[in-house]
Write a protein that binds this ligand. Sequence first.
Ligand code: ADP
Ligand code: MG
Length: 386
Amino acid sequence: MTADAVLNAVCEDFRRIHGRAPAGVWAAPGRVNLIGEHTDYNDGFALPMALPQTTVLAARRRDDGLLRLHSAQGDGRVTELAVADLAPGGAGGWTRYPAGVVWALRERGLAVGGADLHLDSSVPAGAGLSSSAALECAVALAYDGLYGLRLSGPELARVAQYAENAFAGVPCGVMDQMASLCCAEGSALHLDSRSLEVRQVPFDLTGHGLSLLVLDTGVAHDLGDGAYASLRDGCERAARLLGLPALRDLSEGELPGALAELPAGLVPLVRHVVTENARVGRAVGRLTAGEPEALGALLTAGHASLRDDYRVSCPETDLAVDAAVAAGALGARMTGGGFGGSVIALVPAGQAASVARAVTRAFAAADFAAPAVLEAVPSAGARRIA
Ligand code: ADP
Ligand code: MG
């Protein structure tokens, strides 16, 4: 569908569902993270880019304090909630993400009320491409517009992250929300998760004869399942033992000395976070020097660190990385929190189809379901579209 056709369909559906026209339409993208995984909650660095896949949200303010929610990917029903009664645990399923954003805005002391919302998304859900952040950020930006809040991208990202942490119960960092809100077309986003300072780093794939494949393994990750929280706890414990505010404050040079002081169980976690932050710095250096092909080796090294030290990969993501590299990818890694989800592979453009075929063949030989393949193009961040 063209962008106009999507916009018309969402407005038409909104009218049918809510009985009047929307006041505006907003779009927020999913993302892939090029490098810098499990670094955001350690106050560290990441390098995500927005995808062309977006969550489109039509909205209209209501003055009776009701929040009425409908999603084309939901259960077909309109969920009606009283904004004044919103509390963590008070909304279930997918509605906890949008309801959480409205709750989080009110927790910030902002006088926001009700709205009619209808959304339709092309971001695959549960694939590690951040459909949850796309949904939250679309709602946050729509509320910013409907209620004239004038919050900045980083402020909205903190609201969306707080909604996911405290209302939806997922202890994620801030990278996904920052990516969805702050990325720019044609660039990757160099993010400092402590200060929320960002820099747009030009990422010209086509100009360098490159293509970035996303291989969705179809294995659903579940970040609510405690594994993520226990990794996060481990990192925070290590920082405390080292007397540091966060693992971000440990440099690569200080790593050997620090590892010698830590209990064995924490060593691989700390090694991943510190080397991963360094890989982000190197990746930004290569992109700035106009050598995006040099990202390949950093991606593959990052995957090895996630697989062997952080231990968040799974047989499907490992196989996708190995098969892509064997078939000519310059590098590949899992992207997102792990335990399934998607793999990105940087490939010479002429080999994109053959690399995708090779991964599909390897999956069939291993009796894994066929991966879904997308091409990632660095796209615009969240915006109002009507
Ligand atoms: P990811 O963010 O990697 O896609 P998550 O598990 O964090 O995976 O978020 C997926 C969840 O977000 C879905 O299970 C659903 O509850 C919610 N979600 C995302 N997009 C939509 C949508 N368009 N409509 C309804 N719910 C959605
Ligand atoms: Mg998510």
